[in-house]
Design a protein around this ligand. Structure first.
Ligand SMILES: NC(=O)c1ccc[n+]([C@@H]2O[C@H](COP(=O)([O-])OP(=O)(O)OC[C@H]3O[C@@H](n4cnc5c(N)ncnc54)[C@H](OP(=O)(O)O)[C@@H]3O)[C@@H](O)[C@H]2O)c1
Length: 265
């Protein structure tokens, strides 16, 4: 049963070709939202578009976009303005990680993770801010991670990108307060998606964390339920957030225990 209607609301979702992005798209369409879906895999986006248009009376448009290419971001958002008169909600979801010890991460991997997870997210946000500020309404939803709150071994670069997303979002929220634009950050623990096909080449992390994995449909529902609300932060599962509270209070002790206990990759 739909919990909250999104009838007539215009939503742009990055990284919508799979994982939680595709699940959010399905839920948003079911609740009546018009969608623009972005990713590199145009075939997957088109398949989703066909599926959703057959089921729901909403407008769906898809565009191919490599978020690491800031020139392409400008072009695509220009094209979006021709099919969507205003953007009510931007979901910055596209992202990836590679689990490696800091000394093993190549410079190109480091640059690519920052280009997609951080610079791309900021560039997409910049594209929608002027019109949201002029209208004095809107919501930016940034998908960070629990890795943005607690860094764990073999995820130094990925964690750094997600810490950056949280830092950016926290400042943005204050800047946009007077414009009535909400900024929601989402910090999930491990989710059973294709994310780990790139992140966890050896399969060690997935094996160790299998029983803690969240289902993408569940995470997507929590995010979509937060749309049009003034939710500041979504932490999933809630118990995992206790770890980040403990880290803030007792960082030295947390790292002493954590370097063994959290070494799951
Ligand atoms: N899975 C987890 O355990 C987990 C936990 C916490 C946070 N997160 C975050 O949740 C978000 C979604 O991840 P997911 O788990 O749904 O992973 P996923 O199934 O791998 O989906 C990632 C999405 O991002 C898109 N993407 C990746 N690189 C891109 C690029 N250069 N340009 C445009 N789109 C790009 C992919 O589309 P294309 O490949 O078609 O471009 C895909 O649609 C990410 O930001 C991730 O960091 C994931």
């Amino acid at each position: 049963m739909d919990r909250r209607t999104l009838n007539g609301i215009n939503i742009v979702i990055t990284g919508a070709s799979g994982g939680i992005g595709a699940e959010m798209a399905k839920l948003c369409a079911a609740r009546g939202a018009n969608l623009v879906l972005l990713a590199r895999s145009l075939d997957k986006l088109k398949q989703l578009e066909t599926e959703l248009e057959a089921q729901y009376l909403v407008s769906i448009d898809v565009f191919q976009l490599d978020i690491s290419n800031t020139m392409q971001i400008q072009t695509v958002f220009q094209q979006i303005s021709t099919v969507m008169e205003r953007i009510d909600i931007l979901v910055n979801n596209a992202g990836f990680g590679i689990f490696r010890a800091a000394h093993e991460a190549s410079i190109s991997e480091i640059k690519e993770m920052f280009a997609v997870n951080v610079v791309g997210l900021m560039a997409c946000t910049s594209m929608v801010l002027p019109q949201m500020q002029a209208r004095r309404s809107g919501q930016i939803i940034n998908i960070a991670s629990q890795a943005g709150k607690i860094a764990t071994p073999k995820s130094s670069v990925y964690s750094a990108t997600k810490h950056a997303v949280l830092g950016y979002s926290n400042a943005l929220r204050m800047e946009l307060y007077d414009y009535n634009i909400g900024v929601t950050t989402v910090n999930p623990g491990p989710i059973a998606t294709n994310f780990f096909e790139i992140a966890d080449e050896q399969g060690t992390y997935v094996k160790n964390m299998q029983r803690f994995m969240l289902q993408p449909e569940y995470v997507a529902r929590k995010i979509v339920d937060s749309m049009l609300t003034n939710k500041r932060e979504i932490n999933l599962p809630r118990w995992m957030n206790l770890g980040s509270v403990a880290f803030v209070l007792f960082p030295r002790m947390f790292e002493r225990v954590g370097r063994r206990v959290l070494n799951k990759k």
